[in-house]
Structures are given as C-alpha cells and as structure tokens.
Design a protein around this ligand. Structure first.
Ligand code: FES
Length: 211
C-alpha cells in the first residue's frame, strides 16, 4: 500500500489530513446568507428585486424573497456538496503494480495500477465461474490498467488487503473473501463484487477525479 498525493478540493472534517480551503475559495459568486440581514449578497438582492417585480405585493414579495433565498441556499449547498464529493488523484504517484489506498467521502478507496499480468488474469476468467458475473472491461471507466474500487468488502464491510488471497487481487481477512484483480468476488461469503465509484480522467489521463 502506498500513499498517493491527492489534490483535494474540499473534504469533510473527518479527513483531517486533507487541507480544507476557505469557504470562499469554492465559489466564484457570492454566497447568499439569509442569517445576516446586513450582509445579503448582491446576487440575492438582484434575485429578490426580480421576484418583487413579479410578485407585485408586500406579502407576495416576502414569500418570493423566502423562496429565492431558499433557492440560492440550495444552489450554494449543491456546490458545497459537489466539492465535498470529489477528490483528485495524481496518477503519477501510483506506480505500476501498486494499489493506492485513500479516503473518498469517508470511505476507503482503492486505485490500482494493474500490471499486464493482472489484466490478463482478470480477462482469462470464464464468466460461468464468477459468483457475480462481470467482464473486466465492463468494470473500467478508462484505461485497462486503472482499477478504481471502493475498498469495502461486500460481506460485512471490512477493508480487504490488496495483492493477497487465492486470486492475487484482494483478500478480506474478516471472514475469508477472495477477490480477483478486477475486484470480483471469487471465493468466500461476500455476495458481490467490490463496488465501483463514479470517476473520470482529466489532464490527458494524468489525473483521476473520483466523485
Ligand atoms: S467482511 Fe469481508 S468476508 Fe466478511
């Protein structure tokens, strides 16, 4: 296991080793805050003005302002949640044959740079032998060598160990589940393959974005 350098746009307080940028750094526009009447953002005031013209009355304007502020708060929350949900991984820090372990949304995340032999092993399997049939190709969202998984055993949630077990993929020591180099369950009590999170590659494949 090796640590990979992560560029984290934002994270939860539980991930204390990650830097937490100032709130203002996450947004390009002012964030509405209806708790401080003396500091309403210009965006909020503008939206409120539009709503006032549309509503045409004191009561209507009050309702409209509440709705607009709620809407702006929702937009802000969405941006915040989106930032919290993503991490970036510099793939140059994960050498061939390594399985980097990191945290994503408080969960263990595996980023494995598979060797040619590991890819071949994952693809030479008869689907009929798999408890949870899935082609290796269908478990990848990018280049063949990059395997990205949630490191949570599908039996009772332990964190499996990499490069061990009968199939040299992952082994969960809690109750003896063996996963292959595609993260598919092959033996033991786990009922399903290791889960694949949403991810994509940017910077011409140099950076992985999870979430
Ligand atoms: S939690 Fe992994 S085998 Fe039981």
């Amino acid at each position: 296991m090796m640590a990979a350098r992560q560029s984290v746009r934002a994270c939860t307080s539980g991930l204390s080793r990650f830097a937490v940028p100032a709130r203002a750094a996450h947004f390009n526009v002012p964030v509405a805050d209806n708790r401080r009447s003396d500091d309403v953002s210009s965006t909020s005031r503008r939206a409120f003005t539009y709503a006032l013209f549309a509503g045409g009355g004191i009561v209507g304007a009050h309702v409209a302002k509440t709705l607009v502020n709620d809407f702006l708060d929702t937009m802000s929350m969405s941006a915040d949640v989106k930032a919290l949900a993503q991490i970036e991984v510099d793939l140059g820090t994960v050498p061939e044959g390594a399985n980097a372990v990191m945290k994503w949304q408080g969960k263990p995340l595996f980023v494995r740079n598979r060797t040619a032999g590991e890819i071949e092993a994952a693809r030479s399997v008869d689907q009929a032998d798999l408890p949870d049939p899935a082609k290796d190709e269908d478990r990848l969202l990018g280049p063949d060598n990059w395997l990205v998984l949630l490191g949570i055993c599908t039996h009772l949630g332990c964190v499996p160990l990499s490069h061990t077990g009968d199939f040299a993929g992952y082994f969960c020591p809690c109750h003896g589940s063996h996963y292959d180099t595609s993260g598919r369950i092959r033996k033991g009590p786990a009922p399903a393959n290791l889960e694949i999170p949403p991810y994509k590659f940017i910077d011409d494949g140099a950076t992985l974005v999870v979430g």
